[in-house]
Design a protein around this ligand. Structure first.
Ligand code: CO
Length: 462
């Protein structure tokens, strides 16, 4: 019996997010969904992460309608989303009632697997989401945000793995958002986790540094069961290693990936012209397609790199990019080595931009970094630079409890505020997550009445 190795396709979420700042509208990929349903993927990551924000903010699309449409056209494939624990799909901490309602509605609308992470690996920040996901009938995938620092040791990672198992998760994901995990490090980490936990291990990386495909092979050699890949036109660079390449390699090595290569090729042919058009229209910057070994030093995830480029371009300061890239590790060290994943990647990125453009470090400390220093995001892996704590807090001490406990329920107030503008509970959740963007979208929807949808919520079995 060939050994099974499962592949998750990320073209609709992470590849889309990493290469073209999540600007792929559903109208673009809808025609291929029925074919994707026949490929035999372990799952298709298609929702969450930045897709929700992007739908409302840039695409005038209802993210919930997107999810239900994908569900309808891909009835046989597990749909997967990425959830930022207590930050759900936003950039701040939400109250527990919001987290529970959001998770429940995600599963009700068609999500099977929720990959849940916390930017600081503070597992208190994923507890509520994991609990609600399992209760709603979804599979909670507990996540270790991978990073490298003096405090991120194999021993500490194994403890995190144990904690994820104790929370009742169905699987464990090693999330290397920057693509900095080397083949040997992956082998050692998967081996250390396998010794400690019984959960299936999923490895997620990016091709940014050119390590990705090799890293997957060594992770699989150590016993990893699932890898994340992207179809060739949307693979490589800051996106995932290529689905077809990994499938080809693993099949020859005697693994059964379960993928239908003929159907897979149709998916490839569908996305090829889209990729070409996006590159020629400037929606995909060729820069993000390159191998960039700077990331081995700067530890910058793909999404963060393309965001920094976009922000600096807006500020007409793209010529300062290298200085900003050099400042990122300094800010990260001052913050106690947080993994650079949303929202920490944005926070550390903005602060690094401030430090460079203001010509003086921490002359202007962002609101988010102040909240972080007050302990509102959780416990940092190592202590924050005491001088900065003093600068922000004076003689007060950062909080030690779970910040969400201090938050009032958010849904009742949102229901009242929205009135008739909300047509269903999903609308309320869109509003709680992104008030301004959602309100703007609801008005757009009003003005384009034809697209108003009635919501029939169905329970997805298996
Ligand atoms: Co990623």
């Amino acid at each position: 019996m060939p050994k099974k190795l499962k592949i998750t396709e990320t073209v609709l979420r992470d590849a889309n997010q990493s290469l073209c700042a999540t600007r792929l509208p559903m109208s673009e990929f809808k025609p291929i969904l029925e074919t994707m349903n026949k490929v035999g993927y372990h799952s298709v990551e298609c929702w969450g992460g930045a897709t929700f924000d992007s739908c409302l903010r840039y695409l005038n699309e209802d993210p919930w309608v997107r999810l239900r449409t994908i569900r309808e056209l891909m009835p046989d494939t597990k749909l997967q989303m990425l959830l930022r624990g207590q930050n759900i799909l936003g950039y701040k901490h939400y109250s527990d009632d919001t987290v529970r309602a959001f998770v429940r509605k995600s599963v009700e609308n068609g999500i099977d697997i929720i990959r849940i992470f916390d930017a600081l690996n503070d597992m208190r920040n994923i507890e509520t989401a994991v609990d609600e996901c399992q209760k709603a009938g979804g599979e909670a995938q507990g996540t270790i945000s991978y990073t490298q620092s003096p405090v991120h040791t194999l021993e500490n990672y194994a403890k995190l793995g144990k904690r994820i198992e104790e929370l009742g998760c169905t699987s464990l994901c090693i999330k290397d958002m920057a693509g900095v995990m080397s083949p040997q490090e992956a082998f050692d980490l998967v081996t250390a986790l396998k010794a400690e936990v019984k959960l299936p291990i999923v490895v997620h990386t990016h091709a940014t540094t050119g390590l990705g495909a090799m890293t997957y092979l060594k992770a699989i050699e150590a016993g990893a069961e699932v890898i994340d890949c992207a179809i060739a036109p949307f693979a490589g660079g800051t996106s995932q290693p290529c689905t077809e390449t990994m499938d080809h390699t693993l099949t020859q090595m005697g693994y059964d990936t379960g993928l239908d290569t003929a159907e897979l090729h149709k998916v490839n042919e569908f996305f090829e012209p889209i990729k070409k058009a996006y590159v020629s229209e400037g929606k995909i910057n060729p820069f993000v397609m390159n191998v960039n070994t700077n990331a081995l030093h700067y530890k910058i995830p793909g999404g963060m790199l393309s965001n920094l480029i976009a922000n600096l371009t807006d500020m007409k300061s793209l010529d300062r990019l290298n200085e900003v890239l050099a400042e990122v590790p300094n800010v990260r060290k001052d913050m106690g080595y947080p993994p650079l994943v949303t929202p920490l990647s944005q926070m550390v990125g903005s602060q690094a931009v401030n430090n460079v453009l203001m010509g003086e470090r921490y002359k202007n400390i962002t609101k988010e970094i102040r909240a972080y220093i007050r302990g509102e995001y959780g416990t940092s892996p190592a202590p924050v630079n005491p001088e900065l704590v003093k600068k922000v807090m004076g003689d007060e001490k950062p909080m030690e409890g779970r910040y969400a406990e201090t938050l009032e329920p958010e849904i009742p107030a949102a229901v009242e505020k929205l009135g008739d503008l909300a047509t269903c509970e999903e609308d309320v959740l869109s509003y709680v997550a992104f008030p301004q963007q959602a309100e703007k979208f609801f008005q757009y929807r009003e003005e384009h009445k034809g697209m108003k949808v009635t919501y029939s919520i169905r329970k997805i079995s298996d």
